[in-house]
Design a protein around this ligand. Structure first.
Ligand code: ADP
Ligand code: ZN
Length: 520
């Protein structure tokens, strides 16, 4: 039998494993389940491709990236790997061919779109074959708590019941501890070993700046720092994508637009140009980028605020995959916040609360007074790193104020609710209590008799929301699942006992937040 290193050298032509790969591969080859968190570009694919080649049978890969399956399969075939895929873009004959190859044991890897598993026929087909491993790519799609939920992924809970003896490996590049836990429970991966590879991308310089004149700011950024470089500029709307692409071309910078409103041929053409040409810029909505493997993207610029930290991390992670210096630059302004809040109000309650929390975390990253990288790593559960020296807040520390007393007020309100009343409430009620507002809900629960009632008259409603947001961001408060209830964390007590100072950034977002705050 080939060893994993044999396959690495002979099939893929690489000298050595990257950090984490070998351990994961060995574990899966031995038949163990695995949950893998590894940043974009870290080398997740080999973690299931090699076990599929080493173990007997066909490796089945569940992936939502239907548009990329053909490319992935072609690339594998070019290496001599017998790969195929099944998804809705195929005709009957093509599907038949792949199915017969699968049954004849003539495949090493079969890529499958998740919606295929809804079909009895697919399950029957898989049942007749010999499966070596199930790989669940982009596993965060199973988590409703995450930022990219796909209902079809819920079907994947079947795999364990139907194939209890086939090892499963779930992989994702973005998962907070909460998402991580949800992936594990939804997929029944309680026996799985968890592998968390370093989320740090030390070669990426992070910079977030206030938006005043976005076009001019972008132009200045490109001319001063990225003349002639390849990069991606993300915008929220299709119309701003078009406008910015045109603006750059008018200013002598080669750029092409990319968004879901363009026809497939144009999109494919622009994507191919970006991959092939040097120094071309793609101006895009978030429709662009999943699965794109271009090593020398020198910058990712955001002209609008991403919806979540997961999204931000994933999008900026497309820069500097070759390990050379790259920049993640963003300009964000009040208008973005207003727009996101409005968008976040759509959908059902749980969805809305989730969106708001994701947005709050994103804003907190924008507003942090400490190292952005430390905060990003914290967010993904990698605590305890040192300030990086390669982000804007490290290089030019922002203005901050001593928010220790304000923090104590918030935390003691949460503490009193929990300990005196055995209750948990969201940010709205906590702030109303601090402000001493006798709303119906405050009176109904008798919260006007709490000791902290009215102790926060020194700040306004929006400022308190800002304080809470930043406490969440600093891990001094936590939110319990998607209900939005605030709870204390282990770190809270040091603040309550006066042992820890809390620095808060001046809340530049105050005016707009006040305008859009909920009618409560
Ligand atoms: P991910 O899925 O984690 O974003 P990929 O699996 O696409 O990352 O890998 C990113 C790039 O790194 C690919 O070009 C891949 O061929 C390359 N790569 C992966 N593992 C190794 C390795 N051990 N040695 C050299 N290159 C590798
Ligand atoms: Zn830093």
């Amino acid at each position: 039998m080939d060893t994993p290193s044999d396959v690495l050298h002979r099939v893929f032509g690489y000298d050595s494993f990257r950090a984490g790969q070998q351990e994961i591969i060995d574990h899966v080859v031995d038949g163990g389940d695995a949950l893998v968190l590894m940043p974009t570009g870290g080398g997740k694919s080999l973690c299931y491709q090699i076990p599929a080649l080493v173990r007997r049978g066909v490796g089945v890969v569940i992936s939502p990236l239907i548009a990329l399956m053909q490319d992935q399969v072609d690339a594998l075939r070019a290496l001599g790997v017998r790969a195929g895929f099944l998804n809705s873009t195929q005709g009957f004959d093509e599907r038949q061919l792949v199915e017969s190859e699968f049954l004849a044991g003539e495949l090493d890897l079969l890529y499958l779109a998740p919606e295929r598993l809804r079909l009895e026929a697919t399950l029957r087909l898989l049942g007749k074959g010999d499966i070596s491993v199930f790989a669940i790519d982009e596993a965060h799609c199973v988590a409703q708590w995450g930022h990219d939920f796909r209902p079809d992924y819920l079907e994947l809970s079947k795999l364990r019941e139907l194939w209890p003896d086939v090892p499963r490996i779930a992989l994702t590049a973005t998962a907070t501890p909460a998402t991580h836990a949800e992936i594990s429970s939804r997929l029944g991966l309680d026996q799985a070993r968890h592998f968390v590879a370093g989320f740090d991308r030390p070669n990426i310089h992070y910079r977030i700046t206030a938006k005043s004149e976005p076009k001019r700011q972008l132009l200045e950024f490109l001319r001063e720092e990225h003349q002639g470089d390849s990069g991606i500029v993300y915008c929220l709307s299709r119309s701003s994508v078009e406008k910015i692409a045109e603006f750059l071309n008018d200013n002598g910078i080669a750029a092409v637009p990319y968004h879901a409103g363009l026809d497939a041929a144009t999109r494919a053409h622009h994507q191919a140009r970006f991959l092939r040409e040097d120094g071309l810029i793609v101006v895009a909505t978030i429709a662009f980028g999943m699965g794109i493997d271009k090593p020398d993207v020198r910058f990712v610029a955001h002209l609008d605020l991403p919806k979540s930290v997961e999204g931000y991390y994933q999008e900026t992670g497309r820069a500097g995959r070759d390990g050379l210096p790259a920049t993640a630059w963003m300009a964000y302004g009040l208008q973005d916040v207003v727009q996101h809040r409005r968008m976040a109000l759509e959908g059902d309650d749980a969805h809305r609360r989730r969106q708001v929390l994701h947005l709050d975390a994103m804003l907190a990253l924008c507003e942090t007074v400490s190292c952005r990288r430390v905060m990003l790593l914290d967010y993904f559960g990698q605590q305890g790193s040192q300030p990086c020296g390669n982000c804007d807040t490290c290089q030019t520390p922002p203005e901050s104020w001593d928010g220790t007393v304000a923090a104590q007020k918030v935390l003691s309100a949460v503490w009193r609710l929990a300990n005196e009343r055995r209750q948990k409430f969201g940010v709205g009620q906590v702030v109303d209590i601090l402000l001493g507002k006798k709303t119906a809900k405050v009176l109904q629960h008798g919260h006007d008799t709490l000791k902290v009632f009215g102790v926060g008259a020194d700040l306004g409603n929006a400022e308190w929301h800002g304080v809470v947001r930043q406490l969440l961001a600093q891990g001094l408060l936590a939110v319990e699942s998607d209900y939005g209830a605030l709870v204390l964390t282990e770190a809270s007590s040091a603040v309550l006992k006066g042992e820890r100072q809390v620095l808060l950034r001046r809340d530049t977002l105050r005016p707009a937040r006040a305008k859009v705050s909920s009618p409560a």
